[in-house]
Ligand binder design. Sequence first.
Ligand code: GUN
Length: 296
Amino acid sequence: MTAKVIDGKAFAANVRAEVAAHVARLKAEKGITPGLAVVLVGEDPASKVYVKNKHASTIEVGMESFEHRLSAETGEAELLALIDRLNADPAVHGILVQLPLPKHLDAELVINRIDPAKDVDGFHISNVGLLGTGQKSMVPCTPLGCLMMLRDHHGSLAGMNAVVVGRSNIVGKPMAQLLLGDSCTVTIAHSRTKDLAEVCKRADILVAAVGRPEMITGDMVKPGATVIDVGINRIERDGKAKLVGDVHYESAASVAGAITPVPGGVGPMTIACLLANTLTACCRANGLAEPKGLTA
Ligand code: GUN
């Protein structure tokens, strides 16, 4: 079997186009422009690239982008004061504090200072609790993107066996909650799971989010399964820099029914869902109907 390739780049472009159409209507009919504030502390090179891309995508869909770049020496009180100002600013509907923060700052304290209604990352403890109890929340962007692609490919996910490999707060745990919300039978596996291959092989839906290059190989995949690869790992092979996922693509694609590639799979969906979440937050803040198909 050769798996169908799930084109995340094309899917993300469709999501961004849908968001842009909603934003244009909001502006024309209500005079409202959704606004996203991104806070970057320090000079982490990867974070700088992410923030630049987020800014460009925000502008491209017609939203307002508010960038706040602070020095690596910024103190906790100054950062919290900025978040308080953004919480109170009616032009700001979404707030994202780029992680990782410099070591002297307490990321949990900072994230939990964000108004949960503006927490477009879905990392605030209130949103984590709301998602865990099946209530309306802001949902973390990467798992939301994975869910959208799975729903698009399968329609209903009810009754499917889903295995999530990885238990991070940002991907693994919320992914499992979302799959449970769509009535999958969910297993969370991780680095200490016994006989990981056997556990993975039971999955109709296999989500790899462990951060280990090419750890999931074809012999761990059930024939016909849908494989979602969240990993983005920079490795060197044959003297060249290469981007690979947590899944060994060639061997898995020969067994799976459908698979997301790296790059061009889950990656582009993260920013698309950040924009979708900002639009959702803006609609909620203004008592308007939420965009359909862009939320969990
Ligand atoms: N750093 C890497 N990915 C993310 C993300 O999705 N959100 C935030 N806030 N920081 C990140």
